[in-house]
Each structure stands twice: as structure tokens, then as C-alpha cells.
Design a protein. Structure first.
Length: 79
């Protein structure tokens, strides 16, 4: 896992970006893609697809999502 996390937050599946760390089934996963209504999650050993409306992401000390993702894209709302 990448560093220490400071809690979790439930967000809409569509807001998750590739590289964010997601807690699913009591395991930490890395989000890899979000297409066709499914969020792809992966670990070193397995890959799974999630169709749940909300997912739980890990937060860093500033309350931002933890992971290796593009910080410029996060928080933008596309109309």
C-alpha cells in the first residue's frame, strides 16, 4: 500500500480516476479504468469489475484521494 491513509470516503463510481486506491471487499485495489458502466479494479494477482453506484476511496492527510493519478483532472466536472 502507498503510505498511510487517513480514512475513507464513499464517492460515486464515475468520479473515480485511474490510479486511485479503492477499498472493496476488505481489500485495497487500484482503479484502472472506468468504462461502460463498470469500474475496473486490480491488484497484483487479480482484476475485478464493479457496478456498484458508490465505491469507497482512501484519503490522504489533506482529505484528498490517495493514489497515483492525475491531480489536474480530479475535481473537474464535465457538462
Amino acid at each position: 500500500m502507498q503510505g498511510q491513509h487517513y480514512g475513507t470516503q464513499e464517492v460515486i463510481r464515475g468520479c473515480v480516476r485511474a490510479g486511485m486506491l479503492v477499498k472493496h471487499k476488505d481489500q485495497i485495489w487500484t482503479a484502472s479504468s472506468n468504462k461502460k458502466g463498470k469500474l475496473a479494479l486490480r491488484t497484483l494477482r487479480e482484476t475485478t469489475f464493479v457496478k456498484d453506484a458508490f465505491v469507497e476511496i482512501l484519503l490522504d492527510g489533506r482529505g484528498e484521494p490517495l493514489g497515483n493519478y492525475s491531480r489536474e483532472d480530479y475535481g473537474l466536472v464535465y457538462i
